[in-house]
Structure formats: structure tokens, C-alpha cells
Ligand binder design. Sequence first.
Ligand code: HEC
Ligand code: HEC
Ligand code: HEC
Ligand code: HEC
Ligand code: HEC
Length: 423
Amino acid sequence: MASEHKGTILRGEGKETFMKDYAVLIVLLVLAANGFGCRSEDKSIPSERIVPLTKHWEKAVPLQTPPRGLKTLSAKECGSCHVEIYQEWKASFHAKAWFDPQFQVEWAKDDSLWVCINCHTPLVNQQPYLILGKQGGDYFRPVKKKNPDFDPDLRDEGITCAVCHVRDGVVLGPYGNQKDAPHAVRKATPQELTHELCLTCHNVTDVLNPTLVCTFQTGEEWKNGPWARAGETCVTCHMPLIERALYPKGPVRVTRKHIWIGSGIPKTRQEKSPVDDYIPGLDMRIITSKKRYQPGEQAYLSVFLTNRRAGHYLPTGDPEYFYTVELAFVDAQNTVLQDTTIWIGQKWQWWPVAKKLKDNRLKPLETRIFPLAFAIPAQTTALRFRAVVRTHRMTREIAEQAGLLEIYPLSIVSLKQEVPLVE
Ligand code: HEC
Ligand code: HEC
Ligand code: HEC
Ligand code: HEC
Ligand code: HEC
């Protein structure tokens, strides 16, 4: 803990390594070369004062105990009765928030920074160390203590059932129906199982140091947009209603799906691409100036891209996500005669200070129009126009640097349309 250790950083599973300031700088320089939601760099630490944790995302969710009637907090135990919800959750990104290879790679690069896991494995039970404060206010020099209640199996479950559903030895639910439940139950408050819960992780904007910023504004984008006014929330869109029994042989009732499909980009190569039940947020329409063209004519057309179904910008959240819109005129031999690719997303610089350079994402219900003209060659016998929208998790370069190329798909085709122009 000692205050004389200048430039202490965290490594691996929280082992402390003491390094000289310049070494820290090198590590952080490497790190700054890669973009991410939370990124970092050098800082001067004038004082050794221990700065307490004040922001909600700086703190883990307090230690929880199994609710009366249950033996553990494990999703597996919940899943012995709530079979379908368990299977849905298991397939979700939330269940993979710890094991995700991208998380593991990025986290290692960020020196296993403790704040990261407050959103990825949030319960104190899931964390090997208790964090008591920051030396000199520096996120990379936490004051920490071994956690006697650390449960590695529970950590592996990432954003597990108990993260959202267990507080003070009680299961929080939408009804608070104690009569039928074999475990303690209470009705959730309006802060607990609503969009407010989602926002604790999906709506954090802060500067940790000059090159480490957190930039998740999905909540703000939603609050300021048309869907919040219409009464649609993170929960109504991402946890759609479904009628079924909540446990084997139980009565059929209205429940909510626990898949939280978003980008629809699978997390494994084995999964279908895009994942089952994926609903594209974007809509595409192609309007041509004529129904069919003659060879030698000029074709004019417009592609309309609308953020039709998402309650927030598209893409949202992770600043590495982006879309490409590939527009091409293709002849009978499948030869591309003219094409163009439009890029939609955010561009960031991470060094020497984190700064957003560009942002051309689509706001909720916004339509963007791409007009095109094409001189059809006189000898053309067949011509069609092809438009393909792809959602990307990250660029090929970033995946290559991180060693993730072979791990999972980098992108999916989210929309595809073809229009005949000459037949
Ligand atoms: C032994 C079987 C069993 C286990 C294990 C179990 N539950 Fe339940 N749970 C039930 C039954 C039965 C109900 C009552 C359903 C009803 O009201 O129709 C219930 C109700 C619920 C409700 C709705 C509460 C309400 O009325 O608002 C939630 C949420 C819930 N369980 C979550 C969990 C979680 C999370 C776990 C694991 C920490 C868990 N359950 C473990 C059987 C179980
Ligand atoms: C404890 C923090 C936390 C809470 C609470 C939380 N999320 Fe998440 N969510 C995450 C993290 C972290 C990921 C990404 C995990 C990964 O990709 O490895 C994620 C992923 C997602 C995704 C998939 C994103 C994609 O790229 O496709 C959706 C959709 C989502 N969450 C919606 C919700 C909704 C809706 C709620 C509220 C009911 C919610 N989340 C609550 C942290 C949280
Ligand atoms: C990211 C937060 C989150 C996680 C993780 C989560 N749930 Fe839920 N759960 C919710 C929300 C939100 C509701 C819906 C509340 C409402 O309808 O008002 C809900 C509802 C329920 C219900 C009540 C019936 C229903 O479907 O509406 C049960 C039972 C339940 N969850 C069990 C589980 C189990 C079991 C797990 C783990 C396998 C789990 N949940 C994981 C947020 C979560
Ligand atoms: C009106 C419905 C709607 C609402 C409200 C909504 N979403 Fe979404 N969300 C979507 C759709 C549709 C997508 C899929 C976009 C796509 O095609 O990739 C999506 C995608 C996402 C993604 C994946 C990233 C991406 O760009 O695809 C995350 C994370 C997410 N939503 C979180 C949230 C959170 C958190 C809230 C609440 C603040 C919320 N959503 C509110 C419909 C909604
Ligand atoms: C305030 C909560 C929060 C903190 C702190 C946080 N994350 Fe996340 N993380 C999220 C959410 C929410 C998502 C899902 C974002 C989305 O898809 O919109 C996510 C997604 C990710 C992903 C997966 C992106 C993808 O393509 O699915 C990685 C990797 C990741 N985080 C790494 C980190 C690292 C490394 C840190 C620490 C430097 C960190 N996170 C800190 C909330 C957080």
C-alpha cells in the first residue's frame, strides 16, 4: 500500500508490480494506440492523498448472501427451476461479460484495471480485491485489500442473475409474489428492474485521466429521443414479452425474454450469424428514377437509411462499433462496374488526450439519404443495384493487433437488397 511507491500499477490478477514512471508511460502509450470505451495514459500524481470512491461505477455492488430458501447465488441454481430464462441468459452477452475474449485482451492491456470489473463482474462476491480508494486520485494505484468472500465460480458468470435480482438476501421481482416462490421475494422498486438498472452500466460518461475515458451514452440518447416519450424503454425493447411457465409445470403467464439481443454479432464462430431473434435497427429503401433503364441511359437512384427500431443512436455504446453501407452497380457477369462504401460510426483519438474526432451515427428515427448516378454502358445486357449494410464489432486492424481475428465474427450482414435496373 505504501505511499512511497510512486508509479505503482496493477497487473494480472491484482499482483502489485512497482515500476518507474517511464515504464508506466510505455505501457500506457501502447495501450493508447488502441481505441476502447475506457482508455488510458500518463498522469502526474502530485499528492499521495487517498481519494475515496464516490461515483456509482467506481464501487462494486455490495456483498450479497443467498436469498432465504436457496443455497447459493449461482445462476445454475436459479436455472434448476427457471430453465428457459437460464438458457436465454446463458446465450446472452451479459453471461459472457467476463469470459469474452475481447474483454480479457482489452482488460490485460489496461493492466487489469479494477473499475472495469464493476460493470463486467459487479458483485463484491465476484471480485478478488476490495478497493478502498485511489492513491493520489490515480485509478492505476488503488488501495486494495484481499476479499475473503471472493467466489471465482460466481465471477465466471459475469452479469449473473443475482447482479440484477438479489439484494439483502431477497430476490427482487416484478410482482413480489411470495405465495408461490420457494425463495424470499420482494417487489422491485422503480429503480431496480427498470431502465434505471440498465443505465447504471450503459450510461456512463467520465474522464478518468487524459487518455482514459468512459463513453457509454445509450441512456442519454434514449432519454432525449422519441422512444422514451412514447413509453418504450431498454426493458420493453430488449426484453420482449413472452407467455410461458416460469418453472417446470408452473402456470403459463406473461414473462420477459432474457436474451438482450443488440448488434446481433455472434460471440462464437459456432453461433448463427446473425444470432436468432435479431431485429435490425435500420431500415433501407431504394428509390429509382425509373422502373427499368435502357443501355446508354443515365440511372438516378437514392438509398434511404432510417434508424427505425432502436431507442438510441446507431451504433450505440462501444465506440468501436460501426456500420458500412456498400453500394454497387453489378452487371450480368457479377462484375462490379461502380461502387462506393459509406462509413457510419465514431472516430476517436486516444493519444495524447482522448478526443472524439468524428461522429456521424444515426439518431432515433433519423433518415439519411444517399443519392447516386450511374451512366449505363451502351453494351450492358443486364444491370442491378446492390446495397449491403454490415454491422462491425471492430476493425480488422484492431482485431489483428488483439489476436482476435480467428475468435469470433467481426461483422454481420444486417441488411441486403438488390434492384434490377436493366433486364
Ligand atoms: C426451487 C426452484 C426455484 C429456484 C432455485 C429459484 N426460483 Fe425463482 N421462483 C420460483 C417459483 C416457483 C417462483 C414463483 C413464480 C410465480 O410467482 O408464479 C419464483 C419467482 C421468482 C421471481 C419473480 C418474483 C416476483 O413475484 O416478482 C424471480 C425474479 C425469481 N424467481 C428469480 C430467481 C433467481 C434470480 C433465482 C436464483 C438466485 C431463483 N429465482 C431461484 C422457483 C425457483
Ligand atoms: C452490471 C452492468 C450492466 C447492466 C446492469 C446491464 N448491462 Fe447490458 N451489457 C453490459 C456489458 C458489460 C455488456 C457487454 C458484454 C460483452 O460483450 O462481453 C452488455 C451487453 C448488452 C447488450 C448487447 C450489446 C451488443 O453489442 O449487442 C444489450 C442489448 C444490453 N446489454 C442491454 C441491457 C439492458 C436492456 C439492460 C437492463 C435490463 C442491461 N443491459 C443491463 C453491462 C450491463
Ligand atoms: C441485466 C439484468 C438481469 C439479469 C442478469 C437477469 N434478469 Fe431476470 N429480470 C430482469 C428484468 C428487468 C425483469 C423484468 C421486470 C419487469 O417485468 O418489470 C426480469 C424478470 C425476471 C423474472 C420474472 C418473470 C419475468 O420474466 O418477467 C424472473 C423469474 C427472472 N427475471 C429470473 C432471472 C434469472 C433466473 C436470471 C439468470 C439466469 C435472470 N433473471 C437474470 C433483469 C435481469
Ligand atoms: C425502441 C426500441 C429500443 C429501445 C427503447 C432501446 N433499444 Fe437498444 N437496440 C434496439 C435495436 C432494434 C437494436 C439493434 C440495432 C442493430 O441492428 O444493430 C439495439 C441495439 C442495442 C445495443 C447494441 C449496440 C448497437 O449499436 O447495436 C445496445 C448495447 C443497446 N441497444 C442497449 C440499450 C439500452 C441500454 C437501452 C435503454 C437506454 C436501449 N437499448 C433502448 C432497440 C431499442
Ligand atoms: C460503466 C460500466 C463499464 C465499465 C467501467 C467498463 N465497461 Fe466494458 N462494457 C460496458 C458496456 C455497457 C458494454 C456493452 C457496450 C455496447 O455494446 O454498447 C461493454 C462492453 C465491453 C467490451 C465488448 C465490446 C463488444 O464489442 O461487445 C469490452 C472488450 C469491454 N467492455 C472492455 C472493458 C474494459 C477493458 C474496461 C476497463 C478499462 C471496461 N470495459 C469498463 C460497460 C462498462
